[in-house]
Design a protein around this ligand. Structure first.
Ligand code: NAI
Ligand code: 13P
Length: 313
């Protein structure tokens, strides 16, 4: 399968490195140059099997396109290039909910490119781990079982083991919502509230993820898989996670590099709006949105979370 990756960020570049063992891969980026040392993946040299290009027309010449853009950039990119993208197989890696449309990447793609085959590649996977060839398991979600199986085989390697599902909604929401909970986990650790508090955030955060995802049409069992619980566990427990690190800085009152991609901030705001519209209780996500907007102190936010009415688990 002729694979092109759009977006030479950390994850797009890591996937190019990983998938290039199966054959030539084209990697497109806006300001890519010809240097085979990626600024997003320090210490990683891009293999010769990766064709680097800044020419989008060349890049769009493939039938299967992996979209390595962040969730909040995806809608604009699709709008700008819908004609060239429509009818192709488009695989999103974005983990977020679009703040304008309050929908996940697969809906953005389907709306912009109604004739495209849509899939999502998600799950517990740090770009640096993938680029170093460390064993990783991912979820490939596609409503068409045959296309899903074809992509699963095309993207699997000796160190990249893909599981497939037809529950695109569940898979993409798991990847998006875990980022919000990871910020909350970082906050409690940054505020020195301890590992027990983090365990509570992870557990109750998983309940919130599942509640909203099922409300939006997901299968609950999808959230117990790699794309939900797996990615939640990884992202809430590792400083490799930018969402966790952002929350940690928030919790300790430290500055954070605003040029870093932290999908959970916009997604927390999107979730807060969705929850209000749907009447779905999402207290941790609402707390993260308020803290990200600076409308409440960490102390007050955590106090409010603890003082909510007692309920059954
Ligand atoms: N970094 C990681 O470990 C992982 C990231 N992801 C997901 O992959 C997605 C991308 O994240 P990263 O690659 O980590 O971010 P990044 O910040 O490293 O790279 C984002 C890339 O997208 C490009 N981009 C942004 N807006 C664009 C536009 N309008 N047109 C063209 N290119 C544009 C940027 O130039 C940059 O190269 C996110 O949704 C993230 O959650 C998923 C799994 C792991
Ligand atoms: O999605 C990821 C790991 O699965 C990467 O997490 P961060 O975006 O928090 O770095």
């Amino acid at each position: 399968m002729n694979i092109t990756i759009l977006g030479a960020g950390a994850f797009g570049t890591a996937l190019a490195v990983a998938l290039s063992v199966n054959g030539p891969v084209t990697l497109w980026g806006r300001r890519l140059g010809s240097d085979r040392q990626s600024p997003r993946l320090p210490g990683v040299t891009l293999p010769a099997a990766i064709n680097l290009t800044e020419d989008l027309d060349t890049a769009l010449n493939a039938q299967c396109l992996l979209l390595g853009l962040p969730a909040q950039a995806l809608g604009g990119f699709l709008a700008d290039h819908a004609d060239a993208l429509d009818g192709k197989t488009l695989v999103s890696t974005a983990k977020g909910i679009d703040l304008t449309h309050l929908t996940g990447p697969s809906s953005l793609i389907a709306q912009a490119c109604p004739a495209a085959h849509v899939a999502v590649l998600t799950g517990p996977s740090f770009a640096a781990d993938i680029a170093r060839g460390l064993p990783t398991a991912l979820t490939l979600a596609c409503t068409d079982p045959k296309i899903g199986q074809s992509l699963q085989h095309a993207f699997s390697t000796p160190v990249l083991r893909l599981y497939r599902t037809t529950d695109v909604t569940g898979a993409e929401l798991g990847g998006a919502l875990k980022n919000v909970i990871a910020i909350a986990a970082g906050i409690v650790i940054g505020a020195r509230l301890g590992d027990s508090a983090r365990a509570a955030i992870i557990t109750r955060g998983f309940a919130e993820m599942t509640r909203l995802a099922v409300r939006l049409g997901a299968r609950s069992e999808t959230l117990t898989g790699l794309s939900g619980l797996g990615d939640l566990t990884l992202t809430c427990t590792s400083p490799q996670s930018r969402n966790f690190r952002f929350g940690h800085a928030l919790g300790e009152g430290a500055a954070f590099d605003t040029t870093t991609t932290v999908e959970g901030v916009a997604t927390a705001r999107a979730v807060a709006r969705l929850a209000e519209r749907l009447g779905t209780d999402m207290p941790i996500a609402a707390m993260v949105a308020r803290l990200a907007d600076g409308t409440v102190s960490v102390e007050k936010a955590l106090e409010d979370l603890m003082n909510r009415p007692l309920k059954e688990e």
